[in-house]
Design a protein around this ligand. Structure first.
Ligand SMILES: NC(=O)c1ccc[n+]([C@@H]2O[C@H](COP(=O)([O-])OP(=O)(O)OC[C@H]3O[C@@H](n4cnc5c(N)ncnc54)[C@H](O)[C@@H]3O)[C@@H](O)[C@H]2O)c1
Length: 252
């Protein structure tokens, strides 16, 4: 796959987990990577890992669910690096609960962090991308946004929203040579899912695992490769698509 030398990428929520693996994969392919997370401290180990593979990392600490912070962060990246070619909207979180127990603020927080963050960053990134007539935007959805998941009305809705957002934006910016796609992971072992077996119980977890034809959870790298695919030069005619990385959990 083509190398990304000369490209400038921003990965949100890249301090750990999937975002960190995405940042590293783009760096390995030669991109300069702006590492976003809530604080500079959160970004530090990913920055070191990017530098260790011989690429350039820029710290871009911000709460991307806050419009003003997201806008200022992207302006700083464009000022410092001269452009922004790739935006990976990865920052996300969970507040799982059955709807009868879910508090209103758990709904609001998930919509803000998982859905509005992507809108905030894309709104700021699209202008420089349009000017340069080149861009790659990848949104981190989830199989929960395709198939729905009990206990995740907020999360599933936010991820389904991201898929609609992906398709609408893809149509808006296609003529400017900007692609917008989504990756929908299944289960990936990260801090987000580490306590899932305790949360849902042994038997529910066994049922969920039995629904994975590949018989295993994804590695963070499995997801990172899919993101890198959409970012590659060769994927320039693919837009508005959702690529599941789920071991076959959700098909069709
Ligand atoms: N782990 C899974 O099984 C799984 C499955 C499907 C989708 N996803 C999605 O992948 C993405 C990454 O998940 P993960 O498992 O790596 O989670 P994680 O909790 O390990 O990492 C998420 C990172 O995002 C950061 N973050 C959260 N809110 C932020 C904000 N407002 N601004 C900036 N940074 C913020 C966190 O500080 C953290 O470093 C999320 O969007 C998640 O919904 C994960």
């Amino acid at each position: 796959m083509s190398d990304l030398s000369g490209r400038v990428a921003l990965v949100t929520g890249a301090g750990k987990g999937i975002g960190r693996a995405v940042a590293l994969e783009l760096a390995r392919r030669g991109a300069t990577v702006a590492i976003n997370d809530l604080t500079g401290n959160n970004c530090e180990s990913t920055i070191q890992a990017v530098e260790a593979v011989g690429s350039v990392a820029v710290c871009a600490a911000a709460d991307v669910s806050d419009f003003a912070q997201a806008e200022a962060m992207i302006k700083e990246i464009v000022d410092a690096c001269g452009k922004l070619d790739i935006l990976v909207n990865n920052a996300g979180t969970t507040r799982d609960n059955l709807i009868i127990r879910m508090a209103e603020d758990e709904w609001d927080l998930i919509m803000r962090v998982n859905l509005k963050s992507a809108w905030n960053c894309a709104k700021a990134a699209v202008r420089p991308m349009m000017r340069q007539r080149y861009g790659r935007i990848v949104n981190m959805a989830s199989v929960s946004g395709i198939a729905g998941q009990a206990g995740q009305t907020n999360y599933s809705a936010s991820k389904a929203g991201l898929i609609g957002f992906t398709k609408a934006l893809a149509r808006e910016v296609a003529s400017r040579n900007i692609t917008v796609n989504a990756v929908a992971p299944g289960f990936v072992l990260t801090d987000l899912t580490r306590n899932l077996p305790q949360q849902v119980g042994e038997s529910a977890m066994a049922q969920l695992n039995a629904a994975i034809p590949m018989g295993r959870w994804a590695e963070v790298e499995d997801v990172a490769y899919a993101v890198a695919f959409f970012c590659a030069e060769e994927a320039g005619y693919i837009t508005g698509q959702v690529l599941s990385v789920d071991g076959g959990m959700v098909m069709g």
